[in-house]
Design a protein around this ligand. Structure first.
Ligand SMILES: [Zn+2]
Length: 457
């Protein structure tokens, strides 16, 4: 396994060189003191707007202020309260946007994790400013990505914005973040395993070829990044650094591919349903990474089921005869998704990906022919869902629905709905194409409900 420092040279540096947006990534112990010099390399503006919440400011704010002032910046700190926690919404970004709009020489620097970074990213984009992000936890893969997943009038969308011009992560700070936050980042990264499986399916069936730049950036290193789950939980520097390199690489892969395909498949579709529902557990909003963790294990269980099938014996005529019409699919969508706004958006996705009988038949013929090879390819890529659940448990991330307050009925209805919400081809679409969605769901539900090993954590 290559070390994270060598990956900074061999993987992150070329990704930064290729990036049209990000000019520098700094990762290491004790690096917070380099913030001022980093920001000075990125802007000639004399003043900095430090965007944080109370938690992020407490973790790193004072050291960042000291470093910025030593580099000659005048610092204005805008610190959001954490009780209640800042929401990932356009409205919440308003104070940052207003401050930036009022002063053309104010350069935004985000100090925090997911939500603060997204709020700053959005406010900077709206005021045509670049920004630097100082990460305080390895909690998600969005630091280096272009989109800001924020609610606008209550509906969650990924708003096209711009990735930061530079990112700095100090391992000493990351190591002191609440362990569960780094567990969420581990879960978000773990989701790239089934997401890669989804892309393998789409590639094999001629739906969406694998991108030879973005794929290796993530998938060639993924098993190494995921190899130290207990170290993530205990705050061990090398494990956290590997995790952070992985999360950063994912962001660059998304930029290189100009979509989230390298990072997101059925696992994220499940997570997005819960995020849009505003799922809470023990009075706390369930984080993106925690939702992806559970989605990841569910998606892997579906792959486990798939690998046990012999698709070379599919009866194409029977499947085509039993396939519902577009109209019937629209009705199924309305049964599966209650919220009108989500149903409407999913309807657009459904129409975009609905396969005509000819396309469907051709796809099934390809699937029959390539199944033995495809099965081998999937098998060497994937983890069994139980193995992944064990790794997530070691990392301190949830693996089963019950751990985030989701009942078996809720999980089943989530999987039925998640099938519809993106046009991206995933295992959900393959199950539909072979007419086995409900059979596969019924087969995996008992495994996802019991989840005994993870419940012990
Ligand atoms: Zn994610």
């Amino acid at each position: 396994m290559s070390t994270w420092t060598s990956q900074m040279d061999s993987l992150i540096a070329p990704a930064v060189a290729r990036s049209e947006v990000t000019d520098e990534v700094v990762l290491g112990a004790g690096r917070l003191r380099d913030t001022g010099a980093l920001v000075a390399r990125m802007t000639r503006m004399p003043r900095v707007l430090l965007c944080a919440d109370e938690a992020g400011f407490q973790a790193a704010g004072q050291a960042v202020v000291t470093s910025l002032e030593a580099a000659g910046f005048e610092v204005e700190a805008h610190v959001l309260p954490v009780n209640p926690l800042p929401k990932a919404s356009v409205e919440e970004a308003e104070p940052f946007r207003v401050a930036l709009a009022a002063d053309a020489d104010l350069f935004p620097v985000s100090v925090g994790s997911g939500v603060i970074n997204d709020l700053t990213k959005y406010a900077a984009f709206r005021t045509d400013r670049r920004y630097v992000t100082v990460a305080t936890a390895a909690s998600m893969d969005g630091y280096t990505s272009a989109g800001a997943p924020l609610a606008e009038n209550g509906f969650k969308v990924t708003i096209p914005t711009r990735a930061p011009i530079a990112m700095l992560a100090d391992l000493d700070i990351i190591a002191t973040a609440p362990a569960e936050m780094n567990g969420w980042g581990y879960g978000d990264l773990a989701g790239k395993v089934p997401a890669g499986g989804d892309w393998i399916l789409a590639d094999a069936l001629g739906v969406e070829p694998i991108d030879t730049v973005a794929w290796p950036m993530v998938q060639d290193h993924l098993k190494g990044w995921l190899a130290g789950p207990d170290g993530v939980r205990s705050g061990e520097r090398d494990s956290l650094a590997r995790l952070f390199v992985g999360l950063a690489a994912v962001g660059f892969a998304m930029e290189a591919h100009a979509s989230s395909r390298p990072a997101s498949g059925a696992d994220h579709q499940i997570a997005h349903m819960w995020e849009m529902e505003g799922l809470t557990h023990q009075d706390q909003k369930v984080s993106h990474g925690a939702a992806v963790s559970v989605g990841c294990v569910a998606a892997l269980a579906l792959f486990d089921w798939l690998l046990d099938q012999d698709l070379s014996r599919l009866n194409v005529a029977d499947i085509l005869g039993a396939t519902p019409s577009l109209q019937a699919r629209k009705e199924a969508l309305l049964n599966a998704i209650d919220a009108p706004k989500i149903a409407q958006k999913a309807g657009v996705e459904l129409e975009a990906k609905f396969a005509t009988a000819d396309v469907h038949a051709a796809r099934l013929m390809v699937l029959k022919d390539c199944w033995p090879a495809l099965r081998n390819r999937l098998q060497s890529h994937l983890y069994r869902h139980q193995d992944m659940a064990d790794m997530l448990r070691q990392a301190g991330a949830p693996a089963f629905a019950r751990q985030i307050g989701v009942t078996p009925e809720h999980l089943l209805s989530t999987m039925r709905a998640a099938t519809f919400i993106r046009r991206r081809y995933t295992i959900f679409d393959l199950l539909h194409d072979i007419g086995q969605t409900e059979a596969a769901f019924a087969a995996v539900m008992p495994k996802l409900i019991s989840g005994k090993s993870a419940m012990a954590s």
